[in-house]
Design a protein around this ligand. Sequence first.
Ligand code: ATP
Ligand code: MG
Length: 284
Amino acid sequence: MFERAVTAAAVDQEASVETRPIAEASPTLISYRGVGKTFETLQGDVVAVRDITLDVREGEFVTLVGPSGCGKSTLLNMAAGLFEPTTGTVHYRGAVVAPYNQRVGYMTQNDHLLPWRDVMGNVKVPLEIRGVPKGEARDRVESLLHKVGLKGFEKSYPSQLSGGMRKRCALARLLAYDPEALLMDEPFGALDAQLRLKMQIEIRSLAMALGKTTVFVTHDLDEAVSLADRCVVFTHRPGTIARVVDVPLPRERDLMRLRHNATYRDLTAELWDLLSPDMEQMED
Ligand SMILES: Nc1ncnc2c1ncn2[C@@H]1O[C@H](COP(=O)(O)OP(=O)(O)OP(=O)(O)O)[C@@H](O)[C@H]1O
Ligand SMILES: [Mg+2]
């Protein structure tokens, strides 16, 4: 699977291009059914999310967007099996998610690279844990570093990398697990606009080429539309689903030119309209 070439496909916005939502064609991979999560804290109960019913289909790229504190990370944590829902169920491939869900790769906002290990050493961690023979592990890591554009930086330490390179390194490590699904929590939040776009192009290309189901949390509405097959918009806490927006753009799309695409512009405007009442509420 890793040997497949990653290509940023040229855009063809013509009607002949496949735009049918993948949700109609594939089996469900992650399923939230009536999910609620309440945290008991010293300050009292915090209802993070309520009544979430959502299916993520195999091969789909789903973005989650909503006000801060509406429970987006909580939903990823439950899919990863870090904690259970208070009400409802979270299933992965038809089975209730148990601690921990080894089939998903989870990339948090903090890249958690090990400062005392070079790039090769960081990306190798999952392979070492699995006991992959050294030679094979080295080949796998080299192939992954090539895929994420870090070839030549094998011996660099995290402190010697730019922000974008650190993200690429974390992405290569995530892929080294060869997870079926990627859970990504604002992975590009700290990057400048140009680097962010570059990383967006790469993650979408990688997800398509490697066939990874992806659930991607972001605060950036442009990112939420440009990456997604479907975008889930949440209300203010307790988070409920305000809308699930299908993104009828070609599966292989040129992110550099989306600003010229009327569907893209309309959808981002729709998201702004959906979320602005919540933003006003936050200012009160
Ligand atoms: N382990 C925890 N213990 C107690 N409260 C928690 C815990 N995790 C999350 N919460 C609370 O649940 C709510 C939702 O948190 P969560 O991190 O899921 O929001 P979010 O949508 O990811 O926010 P942001 O966009 O700021 O990252 C918040 O009020 C948060 O304080
Ligand atoms: Mg969060």
